[in-house]
Design a protein around this ligand. Structure first.
Ligand code: NAP
Length: 477
């Protein structure tokens, strides 16, 4: 793997390499380079130099280049699906689903050409006006996670570039391959040199250097709350604008009048897609006491049928790395030690080839306390704690009792109850009687420790534009 800086593929200057293991087989997939500070600085300088000319282009020109990327990606999408299956361990339907999402987002942003308007505002006297124009920030640093390694790159690159910013992409060290593939499409599409730059390396070695860099004006990061907090601290040294899309702990709420079959089907998606490694994954189950046992029975029966072990035939993929396995086991052991009932479900890999993969069986945790880690910390695995609930007020209180505030789900046929809950819920997204994920035209944002600002929709595009004021007096004397 090479870096892409100033329109050139450059060989890494040192031989420090990071190993990438296959989540599917546990084998070494490849090694990739770790950028030095000099290389990181070269990427920043290149983006800085490219900015004046790029920001002077029209949004139509920028959008037309994005359209070329769209066409390139669509015609070669199976390559990206293959990388997602190998590098991330996604099962084939999830890999295809992510690429569908990538294309949908790109298409959505392309449509915003000539729509990045400002305002023409009345002045303090009749012959005065204020032109409020929306202008790009400058150099954007895009730090992306491994769980949706292609979608998260496009969700940052496309709006940032459409708005006239230049970008440095630093992907997760668990999934650099999909980001590299995407950046190559930008290079093939003919983006001018320096507009898109790509380096790899661990966040803990080059992250601070990039984040604190005075030439970086906006940092868009999707990842854990812990790293987000660290970045927020470091970015105080350059006052870069921050878009932070961090962890989640979605409550999945099922009321006594719900369509239980539909709720179970949705929970199967919300809990097990991406092996539970999704920021909007159901991480807490709250069910009305009247249907609690029945619903749990249906959920267990469905979960028992989960199969693992092959990206083609399996219904759930592996965790991303070995550390994720030990972190998940730790939280389950703790729950057991605290007296919770733990039920292991699903079928492990039959094929020897996959037995060293990072697979983790679905786990249901009952009788856990709301204040325990299993209900409060983001687990990011196919593990679900469940609790029965007595009334509306209790449900709302339990659902909002989380440091995270991204997605939430509610199943009920009672419109009045649904509306009351939607008024009180303090989460960026509430899905009523339906699964996610978020739409390109929705504003994906979180409350509390899930971060700040958001992505998607016109509001997400506006995050990449600074509002500049020009005051003008046109009176005759
Ligand atoms: P992570 O460990 O926080 O890493 C995210 C990105 O930050 C990676 O590129 C990482 O690089 C980089 N990084 C780490 N330390 C850094 C530093 N000191 N300075 C600059 N960059 C640094 O998160 P992850 O494990 O990849 O992703 C999983 C998390 O993402 C979960 O918490 C999930 O909920 C969250 N997520 C949120 C959303 C949302 O929309 N809210 C969407 C998807 C995922 P390295 O990999 O090299 O360390």
């Amino acid at each position: 793997m090479e870096f892409y800086i100033n329109g050139q593929y450059v060989k890494p200057e040192n031989e420090n390499e990071i190993p990438k293991y296959s989540p599917v087989t546990g084998e070494l997939l490849y090694n990739f380079p770790s950028a030095t500070k000099t290389e990181a600085q070269n990427a920043v300088d290149s983006a800085m130099e490219a900015f004046p000319a790029w920001s002077a282009t029209t949004s139509k020109e920028r959008s037309m280049l994005l359209l070329r990327v769209y066409n390139l990606m669509e015609s070669r999408r199976s390559e990206l699906e293959d990388i997602l299956m190998k590098e991330n361990g996604k099962i084939i339907s999830e890999a295809k689903g992510e690429v569908d999402g990538v294309l949908d987002q790109l298409w959505y942003y392309i449509g915003f050409e000539r729509k990045l308007n400002g305002d023409f505002v009345e002045g303090d006297t009749s012959m005065r006006r204020i032109i409020q124009s929306r202008v790009p920030y400058g150099v954007v640093l895009a730090l992306t996670p491994w769980n949706f390694p292609a979608a998260m790159v496009i969700r940052k690159l496309a709006p940032a570039l459409l708005c006239g910013n230049t970008v440095i992409v630093k992907p997760s060290s668990d999934t650099p391959g999909s980001a590299e593939w995407i950046v190559r499409k930008f290079s093939e599409a003919g983006f001018p040199k320096g507009v898109v730059n790509f380096i790899t390396g661990s966040g803990s070695t080059i992250g601070d250097y990039l984040v604190e860099n005075r030439k970086v004006s906006l940092i868009t990061m999707t990842g854990s709350t812990e790293v987000g907090m660290h970045i927020m601290n470091k970015a105080s040294s350059n006052m870069a604008k921050l878009i932070l899309e961090l962890g989640g702990k979605a409550p999945f709420m099922v009321w006594k009048d719900a369509d239980l079959k539909k709720a179970v089907d949705t929970l199967m998606w919300a809990k097990y897609s991406n092996a539970g490694q999704s920021c909007i994954a159901a991480e807490r189950l709250y069910v009305h006491e009247d249907v609690y046992l029945k619903f749990l029975q249906l959920f267990k029966e469905a979960s028992m049928k989960i199969t693992m072990g092959s990206p083609i035939d399996g219904t759930m993929g592996p965790l991303i790395n070995r550390k994720a396995i030990s972190n998940t086991s730790k939280i389950i052991t703790q729950a057991e030690e605290n007296g919770s009932k733990v039920t292991k479900m699903g079928l492990a890999a039959g094929d020897k080839k996959f037995q060293n993969g990072f697979y983790y069986n679905p786990v249901l945790v009952e009788d856990a306390d709301q204040n325990s880690n299993v209900f409060q910390e983001e687990i990011f695995a196919p593990v679900l704690p469940a609790m029965s609930v007595h009334n509306e007020d209790e449900l709302l209180k339990l659902a909002n009792d989380s440091k995270y505030g991204l997605a939430s789900y509610l199943f009920t046929r009672d419109i009045g109850f649904a509306m009351r809950l939607s008024e009180g819920i303090r989460f960026g997204e509430l899905y009523i009687n339906m699964p996610g994920p978020e739409s390109s035209q929705g504003y994906h944002t979180g409350f509390r420790m899930t971060g700040q600002a958001g992505e998607g929709s016109v509001h997400g595009i506006e995050e990449y534009l600074h509002l500049k004021n020009t005051y003008i007096d046109f009176s005759k004397d």
